[in-house]
Unconditional design. Structure first.
Length: 250
């Protein structure tokens, strides 16, 4: 099978993800920049919900001892999710939103693919999010820092951002992928808060995944508080996903 067919089969599989890539001329180029042909073949048909290594080995018709190191490497790459649940590590294929909008610029260092992807992501994902511009309930809600702000938009109720930390048991900080995409794109204005990149804090299993796979740096509760206060002093506005599930990112 040639590489083009491998990639197309993988793209077809990604269409089953909870959140997919928007239709764009650059879709294939983005996929090629983020995944090798070998990655594409291995990850085609890997489920988007957590499965044990034995379950995925059966799906892929591979030996566990051959599959596990490859999935572990892809977790470190930020394209496979790995979480400890019910007494065992479970793996799942990350959806394109997490892969291209979040994990792509986590961790340290930059490579040529990061520079290739930045303009495409700014163009393609910018258009993708325009569909939410007139939604009454926003995808993010704002959290003030020990102050109140006037709500002039139809978003869900505010919380005090520092109180969110009281419910968490594990903390880390990671690079802001939004900032990286802007700063690496020669046609895009740099983020005004440069050079700070460690702006996004994460909690619980999300934070554990990031630290275990080299995507983030573990923090104490007090260190996490200091990051949030520093960002507020820089003029940044804190936001979390507008859902009922526990907060994993701020």
């Amino acid at each position: 099978m040639d590489s083009e067919k491998k990639y197309q089969e993988f793209i077809d599989w990604l269409a089953n993800a909870p959140m997919t890539l928007p239709p764009a001329e650059n879709t294939v180029d983005l996929i090629k920049a983020r995944y090798t042909p070998e990655d594409a073949v291995l990850l085609t048909n890997v489920p988007f919900d957590p499965r044990t290594i034995e379950e995925i080995a059966e799906i892929k018709q591979m030996a566990v001892e051959d599959l596990k190191p490859r999935l572990d490497a892809l977790a470190r790459k930020g394209v496979v999710w790995k979480v400890f649940q019910y007494g065992a590590y479970r793996y799942q294929l990350c959806d394109p939103f997490l892969v291209f909008y979040r994990s792509v610029y986590w961790g340290g260092g930059r490579n040529s693919e990061h520079y290739v992807m930045a303009p495409m992501l700014n163009n393609d994902f910018g258009a993708h999010f325009e569909m939410f511009a007139h939604a009454r309930t926003r995808g993010l809600r704002t959290l003030p820092v020990e102050t109140s702000i006037q709500d002039t938009r139809a978003i869900l109720p505010f919380e005090d951002v520092l109180k969110v930390l009281d419910d968490q048991d594990y903390f880390c900080v990671g690079n802001c992928s939004c900032k990286a995409k802007h700063n690496l794109d020669p046609d895009h204005e740099n983020c005004q808060h440069h050079p700070y990149e460690e702006n996004c804090v994460h909690f619980g299993d999300f934070a554990r995944y990031m630290v275990e796979n080299g995507h983030g740096r573990e923090l104490s509760r007090e260190e996490c508080r200091e990051v949030l206060l520093r960002c507020a002093d820089e003029g940044m506005v804190h936001g979390v996903s507008n859902w009922f599930q526990p907060v994993d990112t701020l």
